[in-house]
Each structure stands twice: as C-alpha cells, then as structure tokens.
Design a protein around this ligand. Structure first.
Ligand code: SF4
Length: 330
C-alpha cells in the first residue's frame, strides 16, 4: 500500500464520522477498557454489551473484583464462554490492587496476568496515548488486503510484517483513535466474506482491491477440521429442583462450574421424553446435543439439587443453560 500515513489520516476521518457508539468508547478508564477488551476476545460486540454493563456495575474498580468470590463473578460471566478470561481478569485485578494504581506504560500493562500484546497495546494507546499499534483478526484482515499480502496470517513472519505496516500508518498523536478506527473498519466494512470496498475510506489506496484479490485474502493455512461429538443431557427434576453436577478443580475446562448430567453420569436414571436438540461449539469441538427428561435418582457424589429459582445466580455452563431453556428458562 502506498502512503501509509495518508491511509491513517483517511481512516481517522472516516472513524470520526462513522464510529459506532459503544459503551467502552465513552471512557478512557483503563479498568473499563481492560474489561471490554477481555470480554471482546472471541465474542461479538452485541453479546458483550449487557455483560460488560452488568459486570462493571458490580465491579466498578479492580479492588472490588479482587475481593470477590469466584462463584459470584463466574455467575456474572456465565454464558459468555472462555471462562479462563474471567479468572485471569480477577488475577489482573489483584495485581492492579497490589500496585495501588493501574500501570501506565505498555511494558507494565503487558506484565498483568492474562494480558497479551494486543490488550496491552489497546489500553496503552486508548488510555495513555502511547503509539502502539494493535493487531487482532480484524486488523490482520484489513492490512493483508490493503497491502495485498499473501502470507499466512497465522505465521509470525506475516504478523511482524503487518504490525510494522500498522505502525507506519498509526498517527502518534492519536494512537487510540487510529487503533479503534482500523478495528472498526474490519468489523463493519472490510468484512470477512463481503468487503464493502465502495464504502471504504482506503478504497483508492488498497492494493488488494486494485489487484482484484481482496476476496482471496487473508490467507489462513492452519485451519484444522472440527471434532464432532454427540452428547445426551438429562434434566432430572424433583420438587422444583434440578440435579446438577459440579465440575471439580482438576477439570481441564470450566472448573468450578455446575452442569446438567450426561446420560453416562447417571447410568441408573430412567430416560423419559426427548425435550429437543441443539448444537454447541467450543473451540474445535462441535457438539450435537440431545436433551431428555429423566426420573429422579439419588444424587451421586459431586451432584446437588438446586431450586430452579437459584440457577440464575449459579455459574452454570452455557450448554446447560441452553438445554434448560428448551423447557423453562433458568
Ligand atoms: S478497499 Fe475493500 S478490501 Fe481494501 S481495505 Fe477497503 S474494504 Fe478492505
């Protein structure tokens, strides 16, 4: 791409006129930006907004989350998925509380638990005006197209090259706006399947468009096939209470959460009506889930009965929430 600084200016003008009004764009409070960036990892904006607002209403400062019990903040996170993010956020909140204030430089922010290059660059640029370009999926897509870069975006060599390009485009006087502008362009205009080139502020500078190869970019070589799994879940109810299994601290995923039992967890339970089916994806695992009611059994070790009215405030797996919603919303 020719003239990267000019491209940066065009992006800033476009962003000033077209930006979406999102809750985390009304603040430069680094705690709020950190919460938004962590929630937005692998999760859509429309899904994140209500979680973001509820979470910050309960934990408006890092010291408050630092002192919160795990079951409480996991319940607020329940449904958002990727729960390691919530635990890392608490670890980060404890580190910040220990420092007495939010760290102010890229290097110090990067040292917080669970904070990688992307999040550190986002906070340093948005909250402290430091000239660090961000690189996320949206930015990689925009830059690979704008520069007609055919490198595999999973490779570190391509990422280094595109990061240097972003750094050349970044206006050091407005690094936070630049980073948000290029991410916004990827989220709303330079879309994965259908880039809206005629509406794009970079249309006259974009090499991918000039060469007519924008639909072939970015190149991703490392996509692996999903793993398909069939699961049978049981909803066992007695006197208005539901039988749930606790995922112990040694579980590799979702430790500390409660979930509906699978049929193999309750081999003596008598299966009744089929309540429906749905699909659920976790990273590479593609689950096909059938949900059945089953007659009450004695609760095995690690299981407990919960009144339905208590489920709202329980860290409950998303798969179980979806299954329970097939009969009555928890
Ligand atoms: S011109 Fe098209 S391909 Fe190029 S950056 Fe804009 S939307 Fe993406």
């Amino acid at each position: 791409m020719q003239n990267p600084r000019n491209a940066g200016r065009l992006l800033l003008d476009w962003y000033a006129a077209s930006r979406r009004d999102l809750p985390w764009r009304r603040t430069k409070d680094p705690w709020r930006i950190l919460v938004s960036e962590v929630m937005l990892q692998q999760t859509r904006v429309s899904v994140v907004i209500p979680y973001y607002e509820r979470f910050l209403e309960r934990y408006p400062a890092p010291a408050i989350l630092a002192a919160a019990p795990e079951t409480e903040f996991l319940a607020l996170w329940s449904g958002l998925g990727y729960y390691a993010r919530a635990r890392n956020l608490q670890r980060a909140s404890r580190a910040i509380a220990g420092l007495g204030e939010f760290p102010k430089t890229y290097d110090d922010i990067r040292k917080l638990p669970g904070v990688g290059d992307y999040t550190a660059a986002a906070i340093a640029s948005i909250c402290f005006a430091q000239p660090h370009a961000v690189l996320d999926g949206n930015v990689l897509r925009v830059l690979s197209r704008a520069c007609a870069d055919r490198g595999d975006i999973a490779s570190s060599a391509t990422r280094v090259r595109l990061k240097e390009q972003a750094q050349r485009m970044l206006d050091p006087r407005r690094p936070g706006d630049f980073n948000q502008a290029i991410m916004e362009l990827g989220a709303t205009i330079c879309l994965p399947k259908n880039p809206q080139c005629l509406l794009c502020p970079l249309r006259d500078l974009c090499t991918g468009r000039a060469e007519g190869i924008q639909h072939e970019l970015p190149v991703k070589l490392s996509k692996r096939d999903p793993i398909k799994l069939a699961v049978e879940l049981y909803i066992v109810e007695k006197d208005g209470a539901v039988l749930l299994r606790h995922r112990g601290p040694t579980e590799s995923r979702l430790a500390g959460f409660w979930e509906l039992p699978e049929s193999r967890d309750l081999p003596t339970a008598e299966r009744q009506a089929n309540l429906g089916s749905f699909r659920h994806t976790i990273t590479r695992h593609d689950y096909e889930i059938d949900v059945y009611s089953a007659l009450p059994v004695k609760a095995p070790k690690g299981f407990r009965w919960f009144p339905r009215t208590d489920l709202e405030n329980l860290p409950l797996t998303t798969m179980s929430r979806k299954a329970l919603a097939l009969c009555v919303s928890p």
